[in-house]
Design a protein around this ligand. Structure first.
Ligand SMILES: Nc1nc2c(ncn2[C@@H]2O[C@H](COP(=O)(O)OP(=O)(O)OP(=O)(O)O)[C@@H](O)[C@H]2O)c(=O)[nH]1
Length: 340
């Protein structure tokens, strides 16, 4: 294919400037049906809201391009030596129950997870633990952390509470219509239970302050999400960072999400690696495996990339190594669904 040839030529050219060009990390995006996963993925990749998302069939994959700066042992001064392209695959898994029995197909070689819930539907947050348990039980993981996190999750995650616009209008912290939630709210109103944590069944997902988003209004905490992606890249490709304690849940203090058009400046600076590795740090394949990785099949490389067995209609979005730093397939309708 033409695009592939172009890419190969560019890769060869960059490799002449020092080492492999790029790599990728895989991030699952999970949560109940209708919480806004597809809307968020579209926002993260395209930078704009999607007007009419359709229900995800099985899983769709979007790709976000990120450059990762490195100021280690490279001395050439050529930009290509100091930055590399990485691709964050966002696997948007359908939350619908009809795919429950087969969606574990998509839980493969996971580097990180974005859990999404709907702030106006409290039960969608409660059910995140169900998602975590399912992924832990059925998934395979790349660059896993040393010991199990909440629900046994072996990779970092973030939690995003979406539909902040609705929650704000309703002036609630999330009313699901669930009887337990209704009871909790009544009890709280009576002043009988100031610390509402005593009531069972409406558990919150542990370990994260959570991020807020309103995907429909193109609002999310871009900086926090990009930092999360970078931390996954760092974990997978820069071995010296693996000695650093990485929290299970990459969380930040809850903050008001900002508009996407507040573009990040100098994103790479915050993750410049200043270690003194003597070899080319981008030859990530030569690093010894992590203790936790030794028994695992090596993660797939970017070239070629067909991570799952899929129907004929499925294709990963084309990668472009020039132009915009954010891209994916053009629109949800053009992102080929994996039909399962
Ligand atoms: N008000 C509001 N609606 C939203 C927001 N995000 C998504 N929606 C709407 O919620 C509905 C479901 O959004 P999707 O993005 O398809 O949800 P999903 O989680 O991908 O759903 P599944 O594909 O069934 O798993 C759509 O009608 C969206 O327009 C938001 O931030 N605010």
């Amino acid at each position: 294919m033409f695009w592939r040839g172009e890419r190969d030529r560019e890769r060869e050219s960059k490799e002449q400037n020092g080492g492999p060009l790029s790599g990728q990390v895989r991030v699952l995006v999970v949560g109940d049906s209708g919480v806004g996963k597809t809307s968020l993925v579209h926002l993260i990749i395209k930078g704009s809201s999607i007007t009419h998302p359709t229900q995800t069939i099985g899983c769709t994959v979007g790709v976000k391009h990120i450059t990762y700066g490195y100021s280690g042992s490279s001395s050439s001064g050529i930009k290509g030596d100091a930055e590399r392209d990485f691709f964050v695959e966002l696997w948007d898994v359908s939350g619908h129950d009809r795919y429950k029995d087969c969606r574990s197909l998509f839980y493969s070689q996971i580097n990180g997870i974005i859990f999404v819930h709907d702030l106006s539907q409290r039960r969608t947050k409660t059910s995140l633990q169900k998602w975590a348990t399912e992924i832990t039980a059925n998934g395979t993981f790349s660059a896993p952390l040393g010991s199990g996190g909440p629900f046994g999750l072996p990779v970092p995650y973030i939690v995003i509470g979406n539909k902040a616009d609705i929650a704000a209008k309703e002036g609630t912290r999330g009313s699901s219509g669930n009887l337990v939630d209704a009871a909790r709210q009544w009890v709280e109103k009576q002043g009988l239970l100031p610390s509402s944590e005593e009531l069972p069944l409406t558990e919150s997902f542990p370990g994260s302050g959570g991020l807020l988003a309103a995907a429909k209004e193109a609002r999310y905490d871009k900086e926090a999400v990009v930092k999360f992606f970078r931390s996954l890249i760092r974990r997978r490709y820069f071995s010296d960072d693996l000695s650093v304690q990485t929290p299970w849940s990459i969380s930040s203090v809850q903050r008001v999400s900002h508009r996407l058009d507040e573009d990040l400046s100098d994103e790479d600076q915050s993750y410049k690696n200043t270690s003194s590795l003597s070899d080319d740090p981008y030859k990530y394949n030569v690093f010894p495996p992590l203790p936790a990785q030794r028994n695992l099949t090596p993660p797939p490389t970017l070239y070629p990339q067909q991570p799952v067995s899929v129907s004929e209609s499925y294709s990963l979005p084309r990668f472009s190594l020039t132009g915009s730093s954010e891209f994916s397939s053009n629109a949800r309708s053009k992102r080929s669904d994996i039909n399962v």
